[in-house]
Design a protein around this ligand. Structure first.
Ligand SMILES: [Fe+2]
Length: 232
């Protein structure tokens, strides 16, 4: 990933305080931001995330009697820069709800059952072509507590680390054709429709391959006019 620092694009990035999403009020500064030029070590200091963390496999759906409940899904993802060049060696962390819309997390309540065969997280490295693949199950939608009926559509969370401290993107991927996409307060916090569309994966018509799973393809673009918006 490049070390270029660009100004935040308010059209293609989510508004900071989202109506009906109470946490955004406390997660965002109330005062104007103070500009501080990044230091040389922040811009060039190698982080070697891949050498510091344990990579977890690209298959989190389980097998046989230990297979997770849900629609088997194969995710094919590519990470590219603003010129379409592959971003190799990026550490990508992934987390998602199970097929019933439940996370393994102490803060998740009991609106839906846990799946003992589904942990719901992975940590992968992009290959030379900027790609990685994940065998998983399609996540379920879930209601946001105390939100007046807001349900999150099915989505997958990503955190990408580049080669230096300042190259990081946290975002989410959505699924095409989901009615809940239209009313999701996080997805629709991005003002620009084309930028929102860049957060939605592409459905690949089933061919039985690989391993008879539903296939979704997605591209994460770092920086530039076609950058994938951040989603927290
Ligand atoms: Fe989520």
């Amino acid at each position: 990933m490049s070390t270029l620092i660009t100004k935040r694009d308010e059209r293609t990035q989510p508004v900071r305080v989202v109506a009906g999403y109470a946490q955004t009020q406390v997660r965002n500064p109330r005062e104007p931001l103070v500009s501080r030029p990044p230091t040389l070590s922040e811009l060039t200091g190698p982080m070697d995330v891949a050498g510091r963390v344990r990579l977890l496999g690209g298959d989190i759906a389980g097998h046989g009697e230990r297979q997770a409940i849900g629609q088997l899904m194969h995710l094919k993802l590519r990470v590219v820069d603003e010129d379409g060049a592959p971003v190799a060696g990026a550490v990508v962390e992934i987390w998602q709800a199970n097929a019933a819309g439940r996370y393994i997390h102490p803060n998740d309540d009991d609106h839906a059952p846990p799946d003992p065969n589904f942990y719901g997280a992975a940590r992968l490295l992009t290959d030379a072509s900027g790609a990685f693949e994940l065998r998983t199950v399609k996540p379920g939608a879930y209601p946001v507590p105390d939100s007046g009926g807001w349900w999150r559509p099915p989505h997958i969370h990503f955190s990408l680390f580049g080669k230096v401290w300042l190259s990081r993107l946290v975002t989410q991927m959505y699924f095409p054709g989901e009615p809940l996409n239209e009313q999701d307060r996080i997805l629709n916090a991005v003002p620009d429709a084309a930028a929102r569309e860049r957060l939605v994966a592409r459905f690949a018509p089933p061919t039985g391959e690989p391993r008879n799973a539903l296939v979704f393809e997605h591209r994460i673009v770092l920086r530039g006019r076609a950058a994938t918006p951040a989603q927290h």
